[in-house]
Design a binder for this molecule. Structure first.
Ligand code: SF4
Length: 390
């Protein structure tokens, strides 16, 4: 069971998942291992509280691989896929490829550097190998992830622009390349040109707030005016791009006026989608114990209000697509010509964004279908296959 230790909700969900996995595993005589960030951070406490778990390993998975090797009766260094029978899964339509790990930023609310450590680049060769494997397995979209993807660089090899170019030139080539988690400082003209040349028109830029004072307390740069200028630069190079962001309400000391700055920014930003999180104090971070704690009720109220503003503003973005010609990547095919398939257009990222319902054509999972947008409902899109489209 892989775990997350980023915020309290993720910790609770991870513990529930471990308990469910332990029950299911032990019922059939199997063992359960818990790995990942939550274990890395709280291994001793977890081991004392959850005797159900047979093996604990944090970010170092060598003990797990050794155990899998023993379970398969083979050498411990065999790949996991060779050691155990792999259940049949549907062909992956999109695949995540990790290009970096850890973070050199020190946002005062964030526990990730405490868990993952400093920024580390995944070497180009490894990224390309993972990408080739995913494409060979049928993925049509590669989604590049890391805590801070825009600063990817390998000395003597090049930066993220070259990486995107090499990935786009793979055989078979990805239909879509998507780069997530662009920290605002890293969004420069070179990156935007590389995105325009090789990736989908999608910019995921976590901004967290728009009040300069709050951002300074968060140990982040910028302010609302700077953010708007950044978004303008993005749109100048990636016209029509979907811009996604995330925001935190109730950060220590956030006043009514500072929150209103955030609301005003969101009204002006034209975002396609944004996540809103209520500040969640994490032990060991600089913000834990900062003065000016915002009552949780108030932070929740602000999050709800900001969410409503975001929904209203985003509706303009999605309804503005009506009549556009798009490609739909089918994730769940329709068996009959008049059936409804579901998938995504390039402006929708997997797992976090809305979906597209496609009608008018028999389709299969993994098809990329030319279509016309008919309508939108919230963050979802309805499209009909174009006559003679592919
Ligand atoms: S940039 Fe992201 S991962 Fe890095 S410290 Fe800030 S919030 Fe955490």
């Amino acid at each position: 069971m892989n775990t997350c230790g980023f915020i309290d909700a993720a910790k609770e969900e991870s513990i529930e998942a471990i308990l469910d996995a332990a029950e299911a595993a032990h019922a059939r005589g199997a063992r359960v291992a818990a790995v990942g960030c939550l274990v890395e951070r709280y291994r001793d406490e977890l081991a004392a509280e959850l005797p159900e778990v047979d093996l604990w390993c944090g970010l170092d998975t060598a003990p797990l691989l050794a155990a899998l090797g023993e379970a398969g009766g083979e050498a411990g260094d065999r790949p996991v896929g060779d050691a155990l029978p792999v259940p049949r899964r549907p062909r992956p339509v999109s695949a995540y490829v990790k290009i970096s790990d850890g973070c050199d930023h020190r946002c005062s609310f964030c526990a990730i550097p405490l868990i993952k450590g400093d920024y580390e680049t995944v070497p180009a060769g490894e990224v390309l190998r993972s990408a080739r494997a995913a494409l060979a397995a049928g993925a049509r979209e590669l989604v590049l992830v890391g805590q801070d993807t825009s600063r990817w660089a390998q000395p003597g090899w090049g930066g993220v622009s070259r990486l995107l170019g090499e990935l786009a030139a793979l055989e078979p080539a990805p239909e879509w390349l998507r780069l997530l988690y662009l920290q605002p400082e890293g969004v420069d003209s070179a990156l935007l040109e590389a995105l325009a040349a090789h990736a989908v028109p999608y910019a995921d830029i976590p901004l967290q707030h728009a009040s300069g004072a709050v951002l300074r307390r968060m140990r982040r740069s910028g302010d609302g005016a700077g953010h708007l200028a950044l978004l303008e630069r993005v749109r100048a190079v990636l016209p029509g791009a979907a811009i996604r962001s995330t925001f935190i309400t109730g950060f220590p000391g956030e006043t009514d006026a500072e929150f209103e700055e955030l609301v005003a920014f969101v009204r002006a930003a034209g975002l396609a989608v944004a996540g809103v999180f209520v500040y969640d104090e994490q032990e060991g971070t600089e913000a834990a114990g900062m003065p000016g704690a915002v009552p949780r009720e108030l932070a929740l109220e602000r999050a709800a209000r900001l969410g409503e503003v975001i929904d209203r503003e985003a509706e303009q973005f999605w309804s503005g697509l009506a009549g556009d010609t798009v490609d739909v990547l089918v994730e769940q095919g329709a068996s009959r010509a008049d059936g409804r398939a579901t998938g995504r257009i390039a402006l929708q990222a997997p797992d976090v964004d809305g979906r597209t319902v496609l009608t008018g054509r028999r389709t299969r999972r993994g098809d990329l279908v030319r279509a016309i947008v008919r309508d939108s409902l919230g963050y979802d899109v309805e499209a009909v296959a174009a006559t003679g489209g592919t």
